[in-house]
Design a protein around this ligand. Structure first.
Ligand SMILES: NC(=O)c1ccc[n+]([C@@H]2O[C@H](COP(=O)([O-])OP(=O)(O)OC[C@H]3O[C@@H](n4cnc5c(N)ncnc54)[C@H](OP(=O)(O)O)[C@@H]3O)[C@@H](O)[C@H]2O)c1
Length: 258
């Protein structure tokens, strides 16, 4: 395979658009999500448009066995990724005590554990080949506490911190790690997280295609943090100046469920 890129959550939104951008840059792809029919449609489109090789895998990444089986399957196929894009993730707008543990646990498993597990599985081979990229999709939610989306915001703070730490460890190996921090973006996220009616998601949101192109370039440059959009960049800097209490109060105002 030509500089293959593994993308989690490529069946919609940012991951779907990242697959398109990577294929346009002549990378072969390995795509994983639960809705394999969508991945197969994307495979047909990208192989026809760009002449790249696209492999698909149906799997629920909240499950540790599935993650290991996915890794073993790529090993069997002789695939060492040039890049691993840990994009799959979801949120939920509900107060912490009203949200069910099953959903919260699945969010922790997907947003944190799967991203960490896949990085741990693939990084040794990427280091051995002397080049590679990790792109972990965090969020501007990583910069502040998020009342009514407490677990989601905290999970993204983990992604940002983890990515910076491994990026520092990886210096000199030829492998870089980038934390992508999009702000609210058009995708299926809003519907799944039930955030459509909150202030934060009002207005003209950037498309997943905009974010994906920005993300690909940041990953290639080996940037450690990539905050999408000027307003998001300014807001993420501002979060460093305000006390946490003020930050949570502001976020609470923006996100209070209708
Ligand atoms: N949209 C935003 O406003 C926004 C802002 C900041 C950060 N983000 C982050 O961007 C990333 C992509 O989200 P998106 O906005 O593109 O949302 P999306 O359209 O809902 O896409 C989420 C992707 O994750 C996959 N996924 C969900 N649960 C999975 C599971 N258990 N196992 C395997 N794959 C799973 C979904 O595929 P299947 O359902 O087919 O499995 C889908 O392909 C997430 O990490 C999200 O937190 C989004």
């Amino acid at each position: 395979m030509a500089k293959p890129i593994l993308i989690t959550g490529a069946s919609s939104g940012i991951g779907y658009e990242l697959a398109k951008v990577c294929a346009a840059h002549h990378h072969d792809l390995v795509l994983i999500a639960r809705r394999e029919e969508r991945l197969l449609e994307l495979k047909a489109e990208l192989e026809a448009a760009h002449g790249v090789l696209v492999s698909t895998y149906r799997g629920d990444l909240t499950d540790a066995d599935t993650r290991q089986q996915f890794f073993d399957w790529t090993e069997f196929k002789g695939i060492t990724p040039y890049a691993l894009i840990n994009n799959a993730g979801f949120g939920d707008l509900t107060s912490f005590v009203e949200s069910g543990w099953e959903k919260q646990n699945a969010m922790l498993q997907l947003n944190i554990v799967a991203l960490t597990h896949l990085s741990r599985l693939y990084l040794p081979k990427m280091i051995a080949q002397g080049q590679g990229r990790i792109l972990n999709v965090a969020s501007t939610a990583a910069f502040l506490p998020g009342p009514y989306m407490a677990v989601y915001y905290a999970s993204k703070a983990y992604v940002l911190s983890f990515t910076h730490a491994i990026a520092a460890e990886l210096e000199g190996t030829g492998v870089t790690a980038t934390a992508l921090c999009p702000g609210p973006t058009q995708s299926e996220f809003q519907e799944r997280a039930e955030v459509k009616d909150v202030k934060l998601f009002e207005g003209n949101l950037p498309t997943s295609a905009d974010v994906a192109l920005y993300a690909y370039n940041a990953m290639e440059k080996g940037q450690r943090t990539a905050v999408h959009g000027t307003t998001n960049k300014i807001l993420s800097l501002a979060t460093r100046l305000l006390p946490r209490k003020n930050l949570s109060d502001v976020a609470k105002g923006f996100q209070k469920p209708a």
